[in-house]
Write a protein that binds this ligand. Structure first.
Ligand code: 5GP
Length: 130
């Protein structure tokens, strides 16, 4: 069965899209650690990041860097942190998290956002990438 992220990439489930290239797709995390929390996902469905071949791994990291720089430029924060967990969704994804303090990196604290704020945040990041 396709992962929830494959369904998002295929447009079967809605998301606040940030960017895509031939191999990767980025969208806002629906339950963010901080405003602007973004997931970067390879289109090819692989469960664990260490199972990506080197090219796909480097490709995902380069894509995540580009998106991360756009987040840093448009979302107020101290810096953008990057982490890979994968305990909930078995499809590789890089978390890009705008950090204000250590609490944003813990995955215990969650930020509440409404649809308008999600869309406005996604649009700011998208516009920077244009
Ligand atoms: P992990 O697998 O790294 O532990 O966490 C999965 C992440 O995906 C979580 O931060 C969760 O909020 C996010 N997530 C799970 N389902 C969806 C979804 O349907 N849409 C979006 N945008 N994010 C999701």
């Amino acid at each position: 069965m396709p992962s929830i992220f494959t369904k998002i990439i295929n447009g079967e489930i809605p998301c606040y899209k940030i960017a895509e290239d031939d191999d990767n797709f980025a969208f806002l995390d629906i339950n963010p650690n901080a405003k602007g929390h973004t997931l970067c996902v390879p289109k090819k469905e692989v469960d664990k990041i260490m199972d990506l071949d080197e090219e796909a791994y480097m490709n995902l990291m380069a894509f995540s860097r580009k998106v991360g720089k756009a987040i840093e430029a448009t979302v107020p924060c101290e810096r953008v942190g990057l982490s890979v967990i994968g305990l909930e969704v078995p499809h590789v994804h890089v978390h890009l998290i705008p950090l204000h303090s250590m609490k944003n990196a813990t995955f215990q604290y969650k930020e509440s956002m409404g649809p308008e704020e999600f869309e406005a945040t996604a649009e700011k990041i998208r516009n920077y990438l244009k």
